[in-house]
Design a protein around this ligand. Structure first.
Ligand SMILES: Nc1ncnc2c1ncn2[C@@H]1O[C@H](COP(=O)(O)OP(=O)(O)OP(=O)(O)O)[C@@H](O)[C@H]1O
Length: 278
């Protein structure tokens, strides 16, 4: 199976993105392991969406190394292999849920001979996101959460190897949130799908196999400097920082980073007269 390769799904080194003259992602180095759920956590504005766009291949001014499923990000061969769901619903309001999926399935698998395959993948995707009851409803009449699940169904149509989901649980009630996390784990365990899921809600971190903690365009945890294997586990992060929760670990790492930033740099060569002679 293609998913079982030992190479990480995403391999980033020195990944930098400049937007409007500002360095929004600053020399990130990390790996995303295959077949696992990796959480990209960090406060609003820290660069999560920019990083996801870079991985999906839709972000301009990306420098450094960024390989996705063995190809440079943005490579045309990756199109059908990645499912990317942005924060904005990507379905047509004037079509029903099923009509939306039929339409996208036709783009993905065109031709009469693929009819059976299309029908099967549409039905499965609608079931996956638990919208079977609403399959005949106009997308424009769905709630925010239902509409984002319809967008997720579109992304699932092609059975992508990598799913990049930008804040998929925003605005969902606790039951739907739990169901969606259950779906993420099923996709990883049963279909070998790699998931990269962003969230600014720290308690969602506990549901991830691996974590990347981002703050102001830099990785506080999960980068290759802190772990060899691609992302910290929630347990490793709590242990390393002596914290009870990932949220406390995040705050600990923020304080540590700020203390390091305000500490005066050690002079490389003693040049001032006050320096003791060696
Ligand atoms: N054109 C631009 N010029 C300068 N800065 C920009 C530009 N576009 C985005 N930014 C900044 O880049 C940073 C990262 O934005 P991004 O949308 O990736 O953050 P995010 O973590 O996804 O936040 P949110 O969860 O609120 O969407 C933000 O601080 C934003 O203000």
């Amino acid at each position: 199976m293609m998913n079982c390769g030992r190479d990480p799904a995403v391999h980033a080194r020195g990944l930098t993105v400049v937007r409007g003259g500002r360095t929004v992602l600053d020399a990130l180095a990390f790996d995303v392991p295959r077949g696992r759920v990796t959480g990209l956590l960090g406060p609003s504005g820290c660069g999560k969406s920019t990083l996801m766009r870079a991985i999906a291949g839709t972000q301009a001014k990306v420098t450094g190394t960024l390989d996705v499923l063995g190809h440079p990000a943005g490579d045309l061969r990756l199109r059908a292999r990645i499912g990317y769901v942005t924060q904005d619903p990507s379905v047509y309001d004037d079509l029903t849920v099923r009509q939306n999926l039929d339409y996208f399935a036709a783009v993905l698998h065109p031709g009469r001979s693929a009819r059976g395959r299309r029908r099967e993948s549409v039905t499965r995707a609608i079931e996956d996101v638990d919208l079977t009851r609403l399959a005949g409803a106009l997308a424009g009449n769905l709630s925010g959460g239902q509409s984002s699940r319809a967008s997720l169904a579109v992304a699932l149509l092609g059975a992508p190897e990598l799913l990049v989901l930008d804040e998929p649980t925003v605005g969902l009630d606790p039951v739907l949130r739990r169901d969606l996390w259950h779906l993420f784990h099923t996709l990883a365990a049963d279909r070998g799908t790699t998931l990269l899921v962003s969230s600014h809600v720290m308690d969602e971190a506990e549901r991830c196999h691996r974590l990347l903690l981002l703050r102001e365009g830099r990785l506080l945890a999960g980068g290759t400097s802190t772990t060899e294997s691609g992302g910290d586990t929630p347990d490793a992060l709590r242990d390393r920082t002596g914290s009870d929760t990932v949220e406390a670990a995040f705050l600990h790492l923020v304080d540590e980073a700020e203390a390091a930033a305000t500490r005066p740099p050690e002079p490389a060569h003693p040049t001032t007269p006050q320096e003791p002679a060696r």
